[in-house]
Design a protein around this ligand. Structure first.
Ligand SMILES: [Zn+2]
Ligand SMILES: [Zn+2]
Length: 351
């Protein structure tokens, strides 16, 4: 079977290798589709804490080819041939956060495709408890959005949204757009902001009631501030989700949030933002981080399956495995306006 190894910065090597052995408590999954995200781009660029060489791919869907439930209690489960999304996160179950039920921030967390070999291979071996059967009638290609969906849903959950309140989502990439959908489903009025007019158009389709285009001038402009005021009776949004990872955007979140608001930081960056030591105490802001998810792939799939037409709009590009290098280069090109790129593996139907 073919596996794609990222061997060094921006360099992929395809190797013909043996199919992994089935071991107790594991399944062999024939991979059908793998979606790529910003993390993948950083790994490919060797700008990530993981060590190369590495087989990338952590957002993936496939079919069970063989399964061994092992000797534990879990002797029942999905059958051979079942379409599954796979949770790529690996936790220790022993550290403080794991014992407190916060395994998404496990101290020795790992992730298939980020820190150990992942799904850009025709077949992968995964623990049976990482398999999530797709909702009936959900196209496997669309279900690659379950993993990024889980990240967005974790950010939304961390914000403890309440129906009727107004939230501001900063950044309308896939995570921001999915967060807008999940917030709207819970009755939250969402204002969305981004630099790109086309992404803001998508934000409206995903449920945003107002959009603010950020640009070179002051943000928000006077007119945009009036738009915010009209939707926020409490001197600003009471929930802000920062999904860009740009320091200035986090600073905007702190500045624009209403008194007593919750700010969820889900965008990641190696840069440092300036934190107002006045706004945080004066407004008694809750600043909350969001990382990975607490097993939210099934919940995300359930929502995405109900909004298939919308979710499809996130997938803007498809490539075959052998075109992986071209796929990464496409992500680098701002003119391509990339949403999600899906790699259609030899076993996957590209339609
Ligand atoms: Zn990802
Ligand atoms: Zn742990």
């Amino acid at each position: 079977m073919l596996r794609a190894h990222t061997v060094s910065r921006r360099s992929i090597e395809f190797r013909e290798e043996d199919v992994p052995h089935l071991t107790p408590g594991h399944a062999l999954v024939r991979v059908h589709h793998v979606a790529l995200c910003g993390t993948d781009l950083h790994i490919w660029d060797d700008d990530y804490p993981s060590e190369l060489p590495l087989v990338q791919g952590h957002e993936f869907v496939g079919r069970i080819e063989a399964i061994d439930f092992g000797t534990g209690d879990g002797t029942a489960g999905p059958e051979i041939g079942t379409a599954v999304a796979v949770s790529p996160m690996v936790y220790c179950n022993e550290c403080g956060p794991c014992k407190a039920g916060r395994f998404n921030v496990c101290e020795s967390i790992s992730c298939l495709g980020c820190y150990e070999d992942g799904a850009l291979a025709e077949v992968v071996r995964v623990p049976v408890d990482k398999l999530h059967v797709l909702p009936e009638s959900m196209p496997p290609r669309l279900a690659t959005l379950g993993e990024p969906g889980s990240i967005a849903m974790q950010a939304v959950n961390r914000g403890t949204p309440e129906a009727g309140e107004t939230a501001l989502v900063l950044g309308c990439g896939p995570i921001g757009l999915l967060a807008i959908l999940f917030l709207s489903e819970r009755g939250v009025k969402v204002i969305a902001s981004d630099l790109s007019a086309s992404r803001l158009e998508l934000a409206r389709a995903f449920g945003a009631v107002a959009t603010l285009q950020a640009g070179s001038g002051p943000f928000p402009s006077q007119e945009q501030q009036q738009q915010i005021d009209a939707l926020c009776p409490l001197s600003g949004p009471t929930l802000v989700i920062e999904a860009t990872g740009v320091p200035a955007s986090f600073e905007n979140a702190v500045r624009l949030a209403a008194p007593t608001a919750r700010i969820v930081q889900v965008g990641i960056s190696t840069h440092t933002a300036a934190l107002s030591m006045r706004d945080v105490p004066f407004k008694e802001l809750d600043i909350r981080g969001s990382r990975n998810s607490l097993n939210l792939i099934p919940a995300a799939l359930e929502v995405l399956n109900r909004h298939q037409d919308l979710a499809y709009q996130l997938i803007t590009h498809g490539f075959e495995l052998e075109q992986l290098d071209e796929a990464f280069r496409t992500m680098l090109d701002p003119a391509q306006d990339v949403g999600k790129i899906v790699i259609d593996m030899p076993a996957g139907n590209p339609a």
